[in-house]
Design a protein around this ligand. Structure first.
Ligand SMILES: Nc1ncnc2c1ncn2[C@@H]1O[C@H](COP(=O)(O)OP(=O)(O)O)[C@@H](O)[C@H]1O
Ligand SMILES: CC(C)(COP(=O)(O)O)[C@@H](O)C(=O)NCCC(=O)O
Length: 388
């Protein structure tokens, strides 16, 4: 279970005061974002509309659950009192906000206020790119480098959200976007096919397997077809993949004759490369040079990001740049969280001085390395909430 087991305390063993919770219920994962006031604030914790004259300091917390484990999520929300008795409306996005609406009402007495998924993805991405230092980074040939975002030169960009499926959204400003394409070959494909082909019981197991695999066992290379030579006339080296899984046709081997790690590696490479190429083609069509990849598929996983980056770099001849986001899987939930300010809580603004996320459990964690931290562990970021 990928979640906070116990709500954090404020360091004096007092449960932290939760004042806002939003959900993104997707085809694979449920993502939660909630804001907790620092204990020093003398706000009425039951007041779900923050009446403040200046910044309320606190933390944004992030947690996720597999959608198949939705009852664990309900239990977590209930056990940790992530909503107050007087708060019977929670912002939610993703298909699950419709599919599980009755379940939330029945189990927790909560009405889910639906927010459009594409709206939330774009709002979440714009928020992170503007408000969080060290949010976006490039990853190519094993090198990870944070990108300094110029707020005055952010738009337009292509947002590629790799979730169960993939949405490709041209973003021209706050609330100005168009979903220009998508593909059903996404994170759910890797996880679903990978599960069938390797018998892995979890995504993490499948991902770990891929790290040990060799895609050349199953992938047919140009050199396999051209007798070890390059096909230089069209710019393909002998080591370029000509056909994913193509080598499986040329012998009597069955699935059980292949190592699951090699299967996982080739599958990850095939899907990542495919998404990278389709993303580039959409960026080309709309003259976009920057492509930000969101969604939990990438998981900050080096081989996944490297494959996507190489695909974008190769096909664009270096013209387009693939960038990744530290809070990749929480774009929708953050967007839903931000929608409170639009509809029900006046003009709340999250200030721009949000620090690099720190571990929820120990903000003084001296081992915390923002460049290396796996975002899939529980995490929070310090921020202040203002009423404009
Ligand atoms: N712990 C995990 N459990 C399941 N899938 C995961 C996990 N971590 C990463 N993934 C990948 O992320 C995808 C879901 O990404 P997400 O952005 O949450 O999309 P959705 O909104 O469709 O759930 C999964 O299909 C899988 O490929
Ligand atoms: C339907 C969805 C927007 C749902 O989002 P998700 O839960 O996958 O994050 C997404 O799965 C998608 O865009 N699928 C691809 C549909 C297409 O072929 O464009």
């Amino acid at each position: 279970m990928d979640c906070l087991r116990e709500i954090e305390t404020d360091g004096n063993s007092n449960p932290i005061q939760i004042s806002r919770l939003a959900l993104d219920i997707g085809g694979s994962l449920i993502k939660l974002v909630y804001f907790s006031r620092d204990s020093g604030d003398h706000e009425d914790p039951l007041n779900d509309s923050v009446r403040i004259s200046n910044g309320v300091n606190g933390r944004l917390h992030f947690a996720k659950f597999e959608t198949t484990n939705i009852n664990d999520c309900l239990q977590f929300i209930s056990a940790n009192k992530l909503f107050f008795g007087v708060t019977i409306h929670l912002k939610a996005t993703g298909g699950g906000a419709y599919k599980f609406s009755d379940l939330f009402k029945e189990k927790l007495g909560i009405s889910l206020e639906k927010e459009d998924e594409m709206d939330c993805l774009v709002t979440g991405a714009n928020f992170l790119l503007k408000a969080v230092n060290h949010e976006a980074f490039t990853y190519l040939n094993g090198q990870k480098e944070f990108v300094q975002i110029d707020h005055n030169d952010l738009y337009p960009y292509l947002l590629v959200n790799i979730g169960s499926g993939v949405s490709m959204i041209k973003v021209d400003g706050d609330g100005k976007f168009e979903r220009v394409s998508g593909t059903s070959v996404g994170g759910g494909t890797f996880w679903g096919l990978g599960k069938l082909l390797t018998k892995c019981q979890s995504f993490d197991e499948l991902l770990e397997l891929s790290q040990r695999g060799n895609n050349r066992v199953l992938d047919m290379l140009v050199g396999d077809i051209y007798g070890g030579m390059d096909y230089s006339k069209i710019g393909l080296s002998s080591t370029a993949i000509a056909s994913s899984f193509g080598r499986a046709i040329s012998n009597s081997n069955e699935l059980h004759d292949y190592k699951p790690e090699d299967v996982s590696r080739s599958l990850l490479r095939m899907i990542s490369n495919n998404i990278g190429q389709i993303s580039y083609l959409n960026a080309l069509q709309f003259g976009l040079k920057r492509i930000f990849f969101g969604g939990f598929f990438t998981r900050g996983h080096s081989y996944t990001m490297d494959t996507i980056s190489v695909a974008v770099h190769f096909w664009s001849k270096g013209e387009a740049k693939a960038m990744f986001l530290r809070h990749e899987g929480f774009l929708g939930a953050l967007g839903a969280f931000m929608s409170y300010e639009r509809h029900s809580l006046g003009d709340l603004m999250v200030n721009q001085s949000v620090q690099i996320p720190v571990d929820a459990s120990s903000s003084t964690d001296t081992n915390y390395n923002p460049l290396e931290r796996d975002l899939n562990e529980t995490e929070s970021m310090q921020c202040s909430v203002y009423q404009a």
